[in-house]
Write a protein that binds this ligand. Structure first.
Ligand SMILES: CCCCC/C=C\C/C=C\C/C=C\C/C=C\CCCC(=O)SCCNC(=O)CCNC(=O)[C@H](O)C(C)(C)COP(=O)(O)OP(=O)(O)OC[C@H]1O[C@@H](n2cnc3c(N)ncnc32)[C@H](O)[C@@H]1OP(=O)(O)O
Length: 253
């Protein structure tokens, strides 16, 4: 039962296939239900979850016209199922985003001691829409690239009227970490190198365009540029090194 809930949770919260596979490898094969083995499971197929968790990557009323315009643009590039079951190829896919990665596994044998009930993903830790990090990540698997559309809320102030450098580092880490995790499985940030070129006004919408530079064994090197939404102004540039880990490393192993 616990295993089943854990599997559901992983499938529900982790959209990147390598990362998802890595987590599911933790679970004895015999315990996996046949329907979990090789396919994505839609929310409606999860009878154990009373209500699906909120997907924070979907538009909400706090999103500005520019944020919505960019969302709709990238959404239009996404692979979509058309009438008759045919898939419209697009190359892009939107990654869902939740605030409690392993909430439903909290009753698990070893996980119960390790997971904190009150823990929340840092970038999704307020329910107040528009207050902090409003963002959505679109992934392009074949280009090994992702674009994060980010609207910075009023709680992220650093220099008056502008976004805090730590908040910028956070959304960069999130974008680069999402790309590295999507491509390489479970990873941790080992190094982030950031150049702040021009301030980001609070409330504005920026694009974080991240690409894979190279993979060397356990090391995934990625980089990104943060620009104004029309691409005319460079706000920030960064490189990141992410190291593939075994999941036990997260729990002191
Ligand atoms: C239950 C499972 C749950 C899994 C998660 C599931 C779902 C997630 C879902 C949603 C999340 C959504 C989005 C993700 C968003 C953001 C991601 C945020 C990521 C973070 O916010 S994460 C926190 C900050 N992060 C740390 O807290 C790391 C602390 N740190 C360590 O934990 C270790 O330090 C580690 C693991 C990094 C390496 O340790 P290690 O022992 O495994 O490996 P080792 O040291 O041997 O290094 C191997 C090779 O990397 C080279 N190397 C290492 N470090 C280097 C450096 N700094 N510069 C240059 N090269 C370096 C070595 O030189 C060697 O290279 P070589 O092989 O060539 O010799």
């Amino acid at each position: 039962m616990v295993t089943r809930v854990f599997c559901q949770t992983v499938l529900h919260t982790v959209s990147a296939r390598p990362l998802r596979s890595a987590i599911l490898r933790l679970i004895p094969r015999t315990a996996l239900l046949p329907w979990l083995s090789s396919r994505a499971v839609s929310v409606s197929e999860w009878p154990l979850l009373s209500s699906p968790p909120r997907d924070y990557s979907l538009p909400n009323p706090s999103w500005s016209t520019e944020m919505r315009r960019l969302y709709e643009y990238y959404d239009s590039l996404c692979e979509k199922e058309m009438e008759g079951g045919e898939k419209k190829p697009g190359g892009w896919g939107r990654l869902p985003s939740y605030n409690r990665t392993l909430k439903y596994a909290a009753g698990g044998k070893c996980l119960s001691k390790l997971l904190k009930e009150k823990a929340r993903l840092f970038t999704r830790n307020t329910e107040e829409q528009g207050a902090a990090f409003e963002y959505v990540v679109f992934m392009n698997k074949s280009e090994k690239r992702c674009v994060c559309i980010f609207q910075a809320g009023h709680l992220l102030e650093g220099p008056p009227g502008n976004v805090h450098g730590g908040a910028i580092a956070t959304i960069i880490d999130t974008s680069l970490g999402t790309l590295a995790g999507y491509l390489s499985g479970i990873v941790m940030t080992a190094n982030l190198n950031i150049n702040y070129c021009s301030p980001i006004p609070l409330g504005s919408v920026v694009l974080i365009d991240s690409v894979l530079d190279k993979v060397e064994g356990r090391k995934t090197f990625v980089s990104c540029q943060v620009t104004s939404s029309d691409g005319s102004k460079l706000h920030t540039e960064a490189t990141g090194l992410f190291i593939s880990i075994n999941v036990g490393h997260l729990f002191g192993g």
